[in-house]
Structures are given as C-alpha cells and as structure tokens.
Design a protein around this ligand. Sequence first.
Ligand code: COA
Length: 605
Amino acid sequence: MWNSIALCSVCKPSPNTVSLLLPRLLPLTHIFRRMCKGFSSKRLMQIAQNRACSTLPGRLAGSKAKRSRCAQHYPLLDGRVLSVHRHVFEENFRNSEAVIKRYSELLQVVSKGGGENAILRHTQRNKKLFVRERLKLLLDDESFLELSPLAGLSMPYGDVPAAGCLTGIGKICGIWCVFVANDATVKGGTIYPIGVKKQLRAQEIAMQNRLVSVYLVDSGGAFLPLQSELFPDKLHGGRIFYNEAIISAMKIPQVAVVCGSCVAGGAYVPTMAEEAVIVDKIGTLFLAGPPLVRAATGEYVSPEDLGGATLHSRVSGCSDHFASSEKEAYECVRNIISTLNYEPVPEELVEHDHPLYSSDELLGLAPQDYRCTLPVKLVLSRLLDGSRFQEFKADYGTTLVTGFGHVEGHLVGVVANNGELSHDAALKGSHFVQLCSHRAIPILFFQNTAPHAAEPTSISQAEAQANRLKAQASMMAAVACAAVPKITIVIGGCFGSESYAMCGRSFSPNFLFLWPNARVALVDSRHLSVVPQAGDSGCTDESELKHLKQKLEEESSAFYSSARLWDDGVILPQNTRKVIAQCLQIIEQQKYQVLPPYQYPVMRM
Ligand code: COA
C-alpha cells in the first residue's frame, strides 16, 4: 500500500479516479443496531462533568460498598521506614529526584513536537491546530492517560518527538477511548518505524481492553528514507490497516477525523474506520498528491479538487461527515460516540480509604540499585486503600509477596518481588496467580527482579537452581495463561528471566509502566565482571569489559526502554496509584458495553 505512488504513476489515472480508488471497505449497518437506546450527548456530557477522573465505575454501588466494608477487615500494613533503613531511603530519594528531573526535561522536549518553527508553520501557514490543542477539544478533560510520550527519542535515525504521533486513553462523553493523533509538526506527520510500533500498540490496547478508537489523521504517509524498516514486514505499516479490519470485526468502533493530509498508505486509516469526519480546507485524502499526479498525467490539480472535504463528502463517499472547522469536527466525533449505544458507567462514587502513608515517600523506596531495595510492603502500604492487605502464604517463599488489596475500591491481587524469585517464591506465585485467575481478579505485578542468578558452587546448589528453574517455569505458565487483566509496574529492576514470571512485556500485560529509576536489561552492568566469549569460559579484557558495561548502562535506563516502546511509559512513583486506578477503570469499562464482547480466541496477533 505504501508504494501506491508507483502504481499511480504507471496507471496514469485522472485526479478524480485517484480519489475514487479509495473504496469504503466496511459495511456499517451493525454499529447502528439498538441505537434507540442511545444516550444524548448532552446527558453524557453531564455525566462526564460530574465525574472526576479518579472516580470509579461500579455496576452495583451497593455490592462495591459491601466489598469496601470487607476490605476494612484486611490487616494493616506497617509502612514505617525504620531508622536502620533511613540511609538507603535517603540515597534512593536523591536518585529519584535526579531521574525525575531528567524525565521532566525530556517531557518538555516532547511537548514542543517538531519545534517552534514547525509549530508556527503548522498553525499560521497551514491553519491547523497543534495536536495537543486538538486533544483538548476532543476529550472531556485534560486528565487523559498519555501512552509512551518518550517514544522515539534518541533513535538511531534521530529524535522523533513522541514518535510523531500522540497515543493515549481519554474520555469522550464519559467513555474511555484510545486516541491516535499524528503530530504533523514532526516531519509532516510522516510515519517512522517507531511511529508504526506506537500505533500498533495503541490498537493492541484497544483490542485487549475493547476500547473505542479515535484516529486524528494528519500525515504525509511513510517516512520514505526508512521505507524498508516500515513497509515490508508483518508488523510494519500494513498491520495498522489489518488491525482496523480485525477491530471492526470485533465490533469495537473506530472513528477517524481527517484533519490534515492523508497521503498514500495513510489514506487507508480513515477509509477503513467505521465513521470518518473530514475538515474543510484542511483535510485531504489521496493515494498520490498533486505533484505526483502532475508527474504521472501532466494535469495540474489542487489538493482540494483532488481529495478535499467536498469531494470526499459528496462524490467519493470516503468521508461520512463534512465539518467546516476543526472545532466542528471534534464536536461531530462527540456526537458519533454518543450513538455507539454504550451504557455510560454509573455515576455513583465508591467510598474508599486513602493509604495511611504519603505517596511522596515512594521516591525513597524506588531502588537506585537492586542492593538498595527496601521491603516491598513499604511500597504496597503507600498504594493500597487504607494500607490494608490480605496476605497469602505470608511465611512461605517470602522473597515474593502475594495477597489481596484494593486500589480506589477495585479488588486486586498483588504479586510483588521482595528479593530473588526462589523456588518457594515461584511456586507461591504460580499458586496465587491461578487463584486470581479462578476468581476473575485483576493482578498487579510490582517488578524488581534480581540482576543476575548466583553462580552454583556445588552440586547441591546446581540441583537447587534446577528446581528453581522448574518452579519459575511453572509460574511463567500460570502468568501466561491467567485469563484476567494484568498490570505490571517496574519499580526497580527488570532483569533476565525472572522478569518473564513477573509479567514482563513479552507476557502481554494489559499495561506496563516503569518508574524513572527502573533498569531494564538481561543483566545489570554493575554486576558484570567478565565478558562471555564463545568457546571460552570468559575473559577479563579490561577495555572490552568497560565498553560492554558502558553499553549496558546506557541501554538499561528507563528512558532508553520507553523510547523504544518496551513499555507504555514512564510514570512518577507518586502518581502510580492514580495510574493503576485509571487502568482498572479503563479495563472495567467493557462491562458496560451493550453489545456482547467478541470472543478473544479470534484475536490474531
Ligand atoms: N518522507 C520523508 N519526509 C517527508 C515526507 C515523506 N513522505 N513528507 C514530508 N516530509 C518532510 C519534508 O521534507 C519536510 O522536511 P524538512 O522540515 O526537513 O524540510 C517536512 O516533512 C515537512 O514537509 P513540508 O512539505 O514542508 O510540510 P507541509 O506541511 O507543507 O506538507 C505534507 C506536509 C505531508 C502534506 C507534504 O510534505 C507532502 O505532501 N509530502 C509528501 C507525502 C507523500 O507523497 N507521501 C508518500 C508516502 S508513501
């Protein structure tokens, strides 16, 4: 699809034919079923305005209240930081402040998109709204969950702020929706390899959590110099369109706004969406733009005549709604969302207790190094409602803490590293994860895995390691097969194979976030003492070791990980409870859909 320019130049079609080459691909009738039960957008607006972002959806407020009452009997966690831990706490605190400063600087860079000149060109010359302004008009409020804002920074091919498109989850008319919004100030909104990855991840989240998707399309299509890295492979650009078809088959609505250029492959995003809005004078949609038409046919045609709002609304039918301004277009999207026949989540608030200890103290509990790890229950006491925790197998396999608690009223199972994942700890983890799966309780993983396994020095130790391996494999199987929502927060290290059992990225948690102090690598550079070499037990070549350590050090930072989309973003420790609660609300929303959920086995990834 991305090389359709070549196709156009061979066929030499007329301008209108080029536009008409974009057929409406999906029958739309099914999404109008049972519309008569729809809520008015005004009513939904009122509901949205009445609800703060931290409020909870609850089908039966009574039963939620009952659950909260039960939780009041869970034992209290002792979250006091002992004096013996003070110096580690303070060291961690200083490190957290330093990494948070770096995090804020990076966010500052990202917030400027392609830079001041590009923003001026976009807003003054091209008369378009900056992508963040667009989101303000589209979403109910500014409290949205932005995903992977640091993606695309310091890539081998340069900085691509926010990977050239903003993705996240926000509420429209009270309904959580995934949005994918191109930032045309970054190289005309063209899609880089990391941008493809970001859009695919947003679609995966939409599928896994059954969320409405809204695409704000303003893109020059593929970033041509890197075409070989974003066109040919299975998880490259074409996958975005494949996913759109699958998402539609799953009866998850998708809405697009053409608020800029949609050229070549990018033109399929709105045409495959179930409903599309196009903005007059700003939105254009074609497989090949005027310069290529001229080269192919010798005809001069304006972008508006070739594929503007009037043509696509009146002639080709590629768009379903004509909007005379961007503001009108986002209002139109809100109206479309109100026709989806989604039951809005109930308005009742569920009372819940706050943790007894300040979340600001999480900065001192975020380990700057695995060796600076403090007991993980100190972390839990600052995240769970009322600092209450019903622990499971408290005295067995104590290097893993498991049990039940609530986050803003949501019952969750907690699996938290508290040292190395020993044989007993892994067996306990496996048992507990299966309990949660049987009881349909979402699981929170707090990951801080050991940087390396101890070398066995005797046969008995080697046997113990083999047993541990078996137990860890059993936990991995339990985690992979647990059919409940999973959220992973990397609070310290994400190292080696233990990270798989703790629901690392490859185990498909619904969401995975990192604290800025987190380190992600197969091994920790600070624990590396030899350079492994083929056919040799190892060598201690100083310069090689130094080089490898430097490389590992650089590659294991949370920002390096987030730039490559190995996670859904870096979050501040003190915001963790809010983010978890938002994720749980988002995941829970599918209970309120009127249409029955699609059967997951058909989800082909
Ligand atoms: N690949 C690589 N770079 C591209 C690009 C592409 N497909 N499209 C645009 N760019 C670059 C431009 O070279 C420019 O770079 P610069 O800032 O370093 O000079 C930057 O993106 C902005 O482009 P510009 O044309 O100045 O901005 P604009 O707002 O006037 O127009 C587009 C934006 C996307 C409408 C216009 O650039 C365009 O039509 N591009 C070609 C789209 C195309 O044919 N894509 C086919 C992909 S298969």
